[in-house]
Design a protein around this ligand. Sequence first.
Ligand code: DNO
Length: 400
Amino acid sequence: MKHTMRWYGPKDPVSLMDIRQAGCSGVVTALHQIPVGAVWTVEAIKERISIVEKDNQNYSALTWDVVESLPVHEDIKKALPSREKYIENYKTSLRNLAACGINTVCYNFMPVLDWTRTQLDYQMPDGAKALRFVHIDFAAFEIYILKRPGAEKDYDEATLAEAKIRFETMTEEEKSNLKRNVMQGLPGSDDAFDFDTFLELLAEYKHIGDKELRENLYYFMQQVGPVATEVGVNMCIHPDDPPRPIMGLPRVLSTESDVAQLFAAYDNPANGLTFCTGSFGVRPDNNLPQMVKRFGNRIHFIHLRTTKREEDPRNFHEAPHMAGDVDFYPVVEALLLEQKRRMEAGEKVTAIPMRPDHGHQMLDDLGKTTYPGYSAIGRLRGLAELRGMEIAIKRQIESI
Ligand code: DNO
């Protein structure tokens, strides 16, 4: 695999040198400064490439391997008439990226929110901090803090009763932390992001159910897919996180069958997958090694991370990479066998870019402010463990 790390750009407290010294040969980044829906110009892309490559003469080389993400405008997800303009812009960005030699583009199709957690500093037994999702806290948030109309309808009696008690016993500080944590998953969120705007965004999905969102995703892929194919860009959708509907919003990329349906809607390798073990792995009904075997040639990017379901299995926290619900051995083995297949078939990309996804906040990073899940040392630990496993399995495959 090609080892990479996410880099949020020049403002990221984790430097390119940190990423290099973690043992990576590439980064995954995005032009976060460009508003969603606007074209990524060749000039802006080239500028970022030159920043990534600036120390390549003096140190081991880093390359920009994957765009994570080229975000999809909400109007496309909602199938508004203005989607045509945003789809055209998306195509232009794909052409521009290809012209600059960047051929792997990650995106997601989650309405309004991206990833969602209720706690960003869950203390692990060793004192490190992890991201966590607590079902009752989330219910308490949307019913009593956000006050989403109709939220109660999404919960059973027992959950509603528990959420009520939870809210009533929460301190003001806990309430404001919960609000801040959930809102972190909103692209571009900040303290100024008010609930009224948020509720309006949610309400705009009132008439969009599972079926409609699927149609809108497939339409998007059918439109941009031919351009991606023509210019040699592999698109790779990121699964929903958590992989189930939340806040009354449909989610259409959570399971093996969701992936299969999307692939059938535009049957071409350019319509591919970001295989995120952390997101898919939250559901016990997702068989990860089986998914790798089935979708192998469509996996263009890999996120390796695991969560641990808690006593209440609707809750999960992000576990150490080798100690969660994902059994990495068969997953990594299946991925390496896919690479072997590509090599033998003489395909262009034989080392699939992977990044250790998220990591605990630990050691020196406990005192620093970093992007939630993206501190340096926790990811370095995850990468080191995964790399060891990869080397061992590779040896084993070669010796067969
Ligand atoms: C979370 C990430 C996601 C991912 C997007 C891709 O840490 O994995 O935010 O980047 O969903 O579009």
